[in-house]
Write a protein that binds this ligand. Structure first.
Ligand code: SF4
Ligand code: SF4
Length: 232
C-alpha cells in the first residue's frame, strides 16, 4: 500500500475527536490484554493495538485493520483497568470506523452477514423482527447453529403477539421520524459509508428513502389542504 494511503488512514484515526481522550500514553504493561476476553480466544491483543497507535506504526496499524480489530467484543474491560486511562476498545472502535470509511475488504466481510439487518434498520428505523433471526440470514453463525435453532423458535414465541411471526416492523416508526432519521444518516455520512462497503444495499436503501420522502411530501400537502378546508 502506498505510504500516502497509510498516512491518510492514520490521520483519519488520529483526528477523531475521541482519539486524545482514549489514548494518553502506554506503558506496554499488558494489563488490558490480561483482562481482555477476546484475547483469551483469538490471536488478538489490545496491548499490541495500542502500541501500534502510540508508536505510529502505520504498516502495523493497517495490518491490524485487516483482521485483528474485528475480534474485539467492545466490552471495555480494558478501559476500566488501564493505568493510563486508555480505552483500547474505544480506539478499536475508531479504527473500525476508519476501516469502513476506507472501504476495506475486512469491513465488507464483517458487515456482509448483517446486510438484511441494516436494510431493515435503515429503511424502517426499526429493529430485527423475530422471524428474521434464522441461520439462513446469518451464515457467520456457522454449522452448529442448528443446535440452538429450536430454542430460538421457543424464544420467538415468547415475544409479544404483535411482533410474532412477521417480517413487518416490531413497532411502527412514523413517517416524519423516518424522514428525520434519513436526514441524520445523510448528514452524518452514514449513507456515504454504506455506499463504500455495499453499493447494492445502498441502492436499495436510497430507493426506499426516495419513496418515503415522496410519501411524506404527499402527506404534508394533504395536511395543508385539510387546514385550508378548515379555514374556509
Ligand atoms: S473492549 Fe475489546 S479490547 Fe477491550 S477488553 Fe473488551 S474485547 Fe478486549
Ligand atoms: S493500554 Fe494501558 S493497560 Fe494496555 S498495555 Fe498500554 S498502559 Fe498497559
Amino acid at each position: 500500500m502506498p505510504r500516502q494511503d497509510l498516512e491518510d488512514i492514520f490521520q483519519d484515526i488520529q483526528k477523531d475527536a475521541r482519539y486524545d481522550h482514549e489514548l494518553n500514553g502506554c506503558l506496554n504493561c499488558g494489563i488490558c490484554t490480561a483482562t481482555c476476553p477476546a484475547a483469551y480466544y483469538f490471536d488478538f491483543s489490545p496491548r499490541e493495538i495500542v502500541q501500534l497507535l502510540w508508536t505510529e506504526n502505520l504498516e502495523g496499524i493497517h495490518d491490524a485493520m485487516q483482521e485483528k480489530i474485528w475480534a474485539c467484543a467492545q466490552c471495555y474491560t480494558c478501559a476500566a483497568r488501564c493505568p493510563f486511562g486508555n480505552s483500547p476498545g474505544g480506539l478499536i472502535m475508531i479504527m473500525r470506523e476508519a476501516a469502513i470509511k476506507h472501504g476495506m475488504e475486512s469491513a465488507k466481510n464483517v458487515l456482509r452477514p448483517f446486510s438484511r439487518v441494516m436494510l431493515k434498520l435503515i429503511s424502517t428505523g426499526n429493529q430485527l423482527a423475530p422471524d428474521m433471526v434464522t441461520p439462513d440470514h446469518f451464515p457467520d453463525w456457522g454449522p452448529n447453529i442448528s443446535k440452538v435453532d429450536a430454542p430460538l423458535d421457543i424464544l420467538r414465541k415468547a415475544i409479544p403477539v404483535p411482533t410474532l411471526n412477521t417480517t413487518e416492523t416490531a413497532w411502527e416508526v412514523n413517517l416524519k421520524t423516518s424522514i428525520e432519521l434519513y436526514t441524520i444518516w445523510e448528514m452524518t455520512g452514514v449513507l456515504d459509508r454504506l455506499e463504500g462497503i455495499d453499493e447494492n444495499l445502498f441502492d436499495v436503501i436510497t430507493d426506499i428513502i426516495d419513496e418515503k420522502r415522496e410519501d411524506y411530501e404527499d402527506w404534508l400537502e394533504e395536511q395543508d389542504e385539510a387546514d385550508d378546508d378548515e379555514e374556509d
